[in-house]
Structures are given as C-alpha cells and as structure tokens.
Design a protein around this ligand. Sequence first.
Ligand code: GLU
Length: 408
Amino acid sequence: MACRQFDLVADRLQIPDAERGRLKYPKRSLTVALPIHRDNGSIEVFAGYRVQHHLTLGPTKGGLRFHPDVTLGEVAALAMWMSWKCALTGLPYGGAKGGITCTPRNMSAGELQRLTRRYTQEMIPFIGPQVDVMAPDVGTNEQTMAWMMDTYSMHMGYTVPGIVTGKPVGLGGSLGRREATGRGVGYLINRAMDTVGLAPNGATAVIQGFGNVGSVTAYSLSRYGVKIIAVSDVNGGVFNNKGLDLHKLEQHIERTRTIAGFPEGEPVTNERLLITPCDILVPAALERQITQANAARVQCRILAEAANGPTTPEADAIIEQRPEIFVIPDILCNAGGVIVSYFEWVQDLQSFFWSETEVTDKLFRILESAFVQTLSLSRKQEISMRMAALSFGIKRVQEAKNVRGLFP
Ligand code: GLU
C-alpha cells in the first residue's frame, strides 16, 4: 500500500526513476529474536523489528507497536508513512517504526516488562537520542516507554530521557503528549467541518477504536458540540442514535475492559459500524479497514483517518469518485502525536519544560499550517487531500536528498 501510494505521487511529481529508489527503500532495518521467561517458567522467543526509513533530515522517529499481526513489511510501510508525516509537518526527522509480534492482552505486566527491556537491549546499537527515537503506538503506552528509558539509561550509566517520547510526565514526558493525537484529530475535524460548511453542534460522529487516540478524539469532538453515536473496539461496538454518554462508557470499560456489552445502546459489529450513516467517520484502529468491499457504502461527510493506513488504495479510488466525502488523510490527521513527541524531545534535550497551554497552542499552529497548505494544493491542482499531503511530504524529502547530494 505504502509503495503504491508513493509510486502514484512520484508519477504526479515526475520524480526521475533514478531518485525513486533512494526515496522509497528503507535505509536500515533490524530484526531481533527476543527470548523471555514466561510466568509459567517456560521460555518463549518473540520476533522484534525496527525500520528506519531515511536519515536525511535528522534522527528517525516513530512508534513501537505490540500486536499479533506485526511483520517486517508492515513495520516498513509504517516507517515510510512516518517519513512523509514528519516532512509534511516540518519536523526535523526521518520516519521509523518498530514492532514486536505478540498479543499484549494475553501477557502479564511482568512478561511485558521483560519483553520491552530485552527489545530495548537488543536495539542499543541501533538507537539513540540523535539516531532514532521511539514512542508509543498500538499496544504500547507510557509504562512501556518508562521501561525503555530505564533500560537504555542503565546501559549508558546516566539518565537519557530523550531516548523515547510519550514517557510519563514525571520522567521527562511532555504535558499534553498523551492527548496530542486525539486533540489534533479533533482540531482538524473542526477545521474540516468549517471547510465543508457543517455545524459542529448536533453533527454526528462514529469512531472505530477506543484506545488512546479514539477516546481522546471522542472527548475532543464532544467538546466541539459533536454527538458521538457509535464507538467500537476489537470485541465489537455500541450504537446510540441519541449520542453516547462518554463518562458512563469509560466507567463500563474500566469495569469490563471492553466496549462490548455497554447497556446504553445497541450492539454493533465493526463491519456495520464503518457503514453507519454519520457526519464524521473516524477509523482510529488499524490499517486496511476501508476497503474495496465497503468504500462505496461508507456514509459520511468527513473521513478523518486517525489510524495509520486505514484506507486501501482500491478504496481510495472509490472514495475519490465521491466528492461529497472530505478526507483528512492519515499523515495529516494523526500527526498531532509525533508533533508533541518532537516537543517532548526538544524539552528533554534542553531540560527546560513547557506548560500544557504552550504545548497545545504550538501543536495547533503546526496543524493549522499543514491543513491550510494541503487544502490549498488540493484545490489548486484538483487532486485529493491524500495526494496533496503526500506530495508535500515526499517533495520535502526529495529536495533535502538532492541538495545534500550523494555520498561519496
Ligand atoms: N505512533 C505514533 C504515530 O504513528 C507516534 C509516533 C511518535 O510520536 O514518534 O504517529
């Protein structure tokens, strides 16, 4: 998917063949075997990966994912998207992504800690605050980052907060980092509503995924006056035409660890959720959710891609034929996370910390300018928002590579 998107943009930008390989291939990747003691006394070996897509603009940046479907190919695609995302928003980073093929739901905290520490240890020659900086992604969180920071710091012999972002605030994390992705999604949806002439008050939203990104997006939208009518997680979802009470839903999740079974609404499957009529559809889970099979049946005005890669290229072609749908493409929509990660890294390097208002204000300024640039290119050249966003990202990396020249 990532390579096909790249080829489409490269054709449009008329990037010469000789330069395409340089932009497309991941610069470096590392695969590691991670043996750990399970709680039952057995030893199990997990596969871990890290892909650094390009090193042209600074250190590489991107999350670490714990999920059973993680493969080297998926991690490479996600690393490439991080490159275009960082370039679109003007961050001094190349893209990277890491992953461990595991099922965190079926592991104890002790097992997760051992796995995270072993992965970090194996990655030591490959990472560093000026080399490659990890952050949370699907299946990882602040605690994961704290273990990584501790493992790296113990190895170095001194505390290195800038080795990861998305840490607990008490360890050099940034205020507003945890909320950043969802807040950014909310901000951009608000801008998109303004663009298409949709009043937030009483508009309806459907959100797939209720992890860190999906849940903060829900709260952020409800603050703008939007009614959240359906949400889901891996086990299924809940629909209520009158709007869901988010606080009650959160209490239910705290009790049962899932959305499924929330009494104040009707159960809905993930397949059905994506084709529920609404004003705003927010896929906030995994890749490839909107496909050839359901793209024609999606019923929304705004498609806000909070997840990375939720729409396949085939689905994209169908959605492009539906001008009633305004797409906020993933590399723009969820960029709030890595933007505040950048702020966290800067604060750590300087040991000088900002207030939450300062963080959020700077976040919205960057998102605003990326949104306006993308929208005006898309209108001027009559291309999709995705094509416009990717064009900006890819062009910036291409220009940087050309002006640096080829070594030796
Ligand atoms: N995992 C997030 C993403 O996909 C955040 C990455 C970061 O903060 O480095 O953008």
